[in-house]
Write a protein that binds this ligand. Structure first.
Ligand SMILES: [Zn+2]
Length: 222
């Protein structure tokens, strides 16, 4: 997946990314559609309906990547390399076979979108595999939505949603497009980034008041 170029304007390769993701989840038994508005890259919707389930969980990730400035890269951004530590910590090339069985959270894959935002796509596929391997049945319906133009500001997303109201209706949304915490531990934010869900307004006198009849009952931001 990381070897497929994914600049938002690179139409043929963007489509290849979408088709690869569609195939990944079809292989895992999900019902998959590519959804397009005129001129948009395909969004991928993979669904799993569970008979009797009353809850629907939706997960979001985007498969397009930020534009590449080749001079800022030590290697081809679409030739993934695996290092046994970060570049800052002088990581050395390694192979997956050498990855310790217990996992080492400091190994790194370097490629465009290795984290933002193709990692969650692989994590979702791995999570489905792990649930199945452990024999844990799905208790909720699942909608996986993968967008191909997030880094361009999602110019067609509103049209895609308007064409099919209810398409992405769910009881819980997990937007998988955020950084790890600085302590290196996974984190969950409640509420999407950059989308305020509340606002507040405080008022105060614009001059001093004494206590007593004139001051008592005046609004105070405290
Ligand atoms: Zn992102």
């Amino acid at each position: 997946m990381l070897s497929l170029p994914n600049g938002t304007a690179d139409e043929p390769n963007i489509r290849r990314n979408a088709e690869l993701i569609a195939a990944m989840f079809r292989r895992r038994g999900l019902t998959v559609r590519l959804i397009e508005a005129e001129g948009s890259p395909p969004a991928v919707l993979a669904e799993q309906s569970v008979p009797g389930a009353k809850t629907t969980i939706a997960l979001y990730a985007h498969y397009d990547g930020q534009p590449v400035s080749r001079e800022n890269w030590t290697h081809d951004p679409w030739q993934p390399i695996l290092l046994n530590a970060s570049m800052e910590n002088r990581g050395q090339p390694a192979t997956l076979e050498a990855l310790p069985a217990t996992g080492d959270g400091e190994w790194r894959i370097y490629a465009r979108s290795a984290s933002d935002d193709k990692a969650p796509i692989m994590a979702m596929a791995a999570a489905l595999d792990a649930l199945r391997a452990a024999g844990i049945p799905a208790a909720a319906n699942l909608k996986l939505f993968f967008e191909g133009e997030e880094e361009a500001g999602s110019p067609h997303l509103a049209r895609i949603l308007a064409a099919e109201p209810g398409l992405l209706r769910a009881d819980l949304w997990l937007l998988c497009d955020g950084p790890v915490h600085s302590t290196r531990r996974p984190q969950v934010f409640f509420g999407p980034a950059a989308s305020p869900v509340s606002s507040s307004r405080s008022t105060a006198p614009c001059g001093p008041f004494t206590a007593g009849t004139t001051g008592t009952g005046r609004p105070t931001p405290l």
